[in-house]
Write a protein that binds this ligand. Structure first.
Ligand SMILES: [Zn+2]
Ligand SMILES: [Zn+2]
Length: 176
């Protein structure tokens, strides 16, 4: 999406609402489905500078970090950016001629605000380490106590038996 300044003059304030397809920008990312991004902005034209204020909202479908199920997440963020004519693009976005391309700004906004770990729910149970079953949908027959057990010496205690005094002493030590 672009702002055309060819008919704008100093001090102009305008509103711009649009929907733009941003899926092309995220071909390399883990998002599997990206709805068009809704953008509502106002911009003010100054001398060699354009201020852009508004908000952007986008729905992305990504995969749950634990179980791999698709999850759709909505991200809404306010934006406030300055575009400088013929700038170096380091501190502020740059534009040349009469055209401001808003695409890099939208891309940065979405990338920097998106959570790196997306979960289908806070208590997602994930996949079974042994058989890969999605534990949110069904239980499997694997024994999960070994991976999740609070006490890693549980097995030693059970197999050690009570045949002699020394193993009892060891158990007592590990509990401390
Ligand atoms: Zn999940
Ligand atoms: Zn399993």
């Amino acid at each position: 999406m672009k702002i055309d300044l060819s008919t704008a003059s100093y001090g102009d304030k305008k509103r711009l609402d649009f929907c733009t397809d941003v899926s092309e920008l995220f071909r390399e990312e883990q998002f599997s489905d990206i709805r068009p991004c809704e953008v509502r902005i106002g911009y003010e034209v100054l001398d060699g500078t354009v201020k852009v204020i508004g908000e952007c909202r986008v729905n992305l479908t990504s995969l749950c970090y634990r179980c791999g199920d698709p999850v759709t997440v909505t991200m809404a963020r306010e934006l406030c950016e300055t575009f400088i004519e013929d700038g170096d693009g380091e501190e502020f976005y740059a534009y040349t001629g009469n055209i401001i391309d808003l695409t890099p700004m939208l891309r940065d906004l979405i990338i920097t605000n998106f959570p790196t770990v997306i979960l289908c729910s806070e208590d997602c149970r994930g996949l079974c380490f042994e058989c890969g079953t999605n534990l949110n949908h069904s239980d499997c027959k694997c024994d999960h106590t070994q991976e999740t057990g609070e006490n890693p010496f549980e097995i030693l205690k059970n197999s050690g038996g009570t045949d002699n005094g020394s193993s009892k002493d060891k158990n007592i030590k590990t509990k401390k």
